[in-house]
Design a protein around this ligand. Structure first.
Ligand code: GLU
Length: 472
């Protein structure tokens, strides 16, 4: 039987970094083993689920290049892949459980359940349903009711976890859980079982936070007479201090990292490496990881988020990728700053600046002067004071005149600037540094010839001449 795995996000928020890793590992395992990766939208929580969040999750998965074989937008033999559209399937399974006596209707009121809980808490007992309606055989005409699973009072349910080995749960600890709420909406543990079974899922690989749900789901499989899949609960991603990952550690969503200027290639690389290892593989593409991906390499302890490491990985990818690819990723960051880059080739900008930028945001910050109006270029006033005194201003004006007739390429500019230096008995640095401050506003920036070429003749010459106005 070929491997079928799934990622089943609830569209109640942005795609979390932990969810992205779950999706990624399932996707890579399916790709490695020639299996099928399914995306299922778990939107039964109608109060919190929104189509907007669903769209965001799909967009982020696509941004990360995590493709799915069955699911929303692509369809498949088990459609629909959105739980809100599968009510008929759940109703049929509910009926089956009720008719077989594995589930029962319960009309206990909220008041009764509250009183029960208060009594249990006062007596220092574990709160849970007491089975009041279990043997009352209530029919469909019993009025407002929930449907509960009949859970054995004795024995234990063992989750044979792929990563942890067997984990036992006493059935007495698991009360008769609700499968269908009073409003007719089925609960998460019920629909997840129906869907995983219906969709032929062979392996459920998900975050550790779901381990406590698994015995409940196993009991539902048993009640339905269905074979459960293999379960594996992966260690969580924590903050560097071992606490829950939160905003103060960087960002918790994929979107947050995109906004920070992290490349998807780098985020995939970092996320993979955070929970999985293969020899000394450190910088790799998703395709390279897929070649050797297996669950044996998945770590046993929680991965700790390390922002510096992510920035380092991103810096590697900034240099490693084709400049055209980095340019495409850079464009939205420049547009977000309101810069006019439509129709402009950004490849030369990337080549000029990527060695010193760790993120696309740093790259965009460093590149802004290329696209800003002269008066908007941020000027380092100290540098201006040091390098744009009257003598240098005159020298730059002469340089601008000298460059007037030159072919506007790196090589021709280099030759011409060198000629200018020789003619005036100046070292290159004495010309390049003031020229840089005049054109970029800063002491540090890309190489002078690249800067002049990218700025274009008109802007470059204008800025070489412009400091005269500001230096008085
Ligand atoms: N919908 C659940 C969640 O977003 C995932 C359930 C599962 O993987 O079984 O946490």
């Amino acid at each position: 039987m070929s491997l079928r795995v799934r990622f089943a996000p609830s569209p109640t928020g942005n795609l979390h970094i932990g969810g992205a890793r779950t999706a990624l590992f399932n996707h890579m395992l399916a790709r490695r083993q020639g299996g099928t990766f399914i995306l299922r939208i778990e939107d039964t929580d109608t109060g919190r689920s929104t189509p907007e969040y669903e769209a965001v999750i799909l967009r982020e998965l696509r941004w990360l290049d995590i493709s799915w074989d069955e699911g929303p937008e692509v369809g498949g033999p088990h459609a629909p892949y959105r739980q809100s559209e599968r009510a008929g399937i759940y109703a049929a399974y509910t009926q089956k459980l009720l008719e077989g006596g594995m589930a029962y209707r319960c009309t206990c009121t909220v008041e009764r359940l509250d009183a029960l809980r208060a009594g249990q808490e006062a007596a220092k007992q574990k709160p849970g349903y007491d089975g009041h309606c279990r043997d009352q055989n209530l029919g469909a005409d019993c009025g407002p009711h929930v449907v509960r699973l009949r859970v054995p009072d004795q024995g234990e349910t063992v989750v044979d976890d792929y990563f942890k080995g067997p984990v036992s749960f006493a059935n007495a600890e698991l009360d008769d859980m609700i499968l269908v709420r009073t409003d007719g909406v089925p609960t998460y543990n019920f629909v997840v079982v129906v869907d995983d079974a219906h969709m032929g899922i062979t392996h459920v690989l998900r975050g550790d936070e779901h381990l406590n749900n698994t015995p409940k789901q196993l009991l539902i499989y048993a009640a339905l007479g269905l074979n459960p899949p293999r379960f594996g609960h992966m260690p969580l991603i924590l903050g560097p201090d071992g606490s829950k990952l939160s905003k103060r550690h960087g960002a918790t969503s994929v979107a947050g990292y995109r906004e920070m200027g992290i490349l998807p290639e780098a985020l995939i690389n970092y996320l993979t490496r955070l929970g999985w290892a293969h020899g000394d593989m450190e910088i790799f593409t998703k395709a390279e990881a897929v070649e050797v991906f297996s669950l044996e390499g998945v770590g046993k302890s929680p991965g700790k988020w390390d922002m510096d490491k992510l920035l380092w990985v991103n810096a590697q990818w900034m240099k490693r990728l084709a400049p055209e690819r980095v340019a495409e990723a850079l464009r939205p960051h420049l547009l977000a700053r309101g810069l006019q880059v439509e129709g402009r080739d950004l490849t030369a900008v990337v080549l000029a600046l990527r060695e010193r930028a760790r993120t696309l945001v740093e790259l965009a910050d460093g590149a802004a002067f290329f696209f800003q109006a002269d008066q908007d270029v941020k000027r380092d006033e100290e540098a201006a004071k040091a390098f744009l005194g009257p003598d240098n201003v005159a020298m730059l004006a002469a340089l601008a005149d000298h460059l007037e007739g030159v072919d506007w390429t790196d090589a021709a500019l280099e030759t011409s600037v060198n000629q200018f230096c020789t003619a005036h008995g100046l070292k290159l640095g004495k010309v390049a540094q003031p020229a840089r401050v005049a054109t970029c506003g800063q002491k540090v920036g890309p190489g002078l010839f690249q800067t002049l070429t990218i700025l274009g003749k008109e802007t470059a010459l204008r800025r070489l001449r412009a400091p005269a106005k500001n230096s008085a």
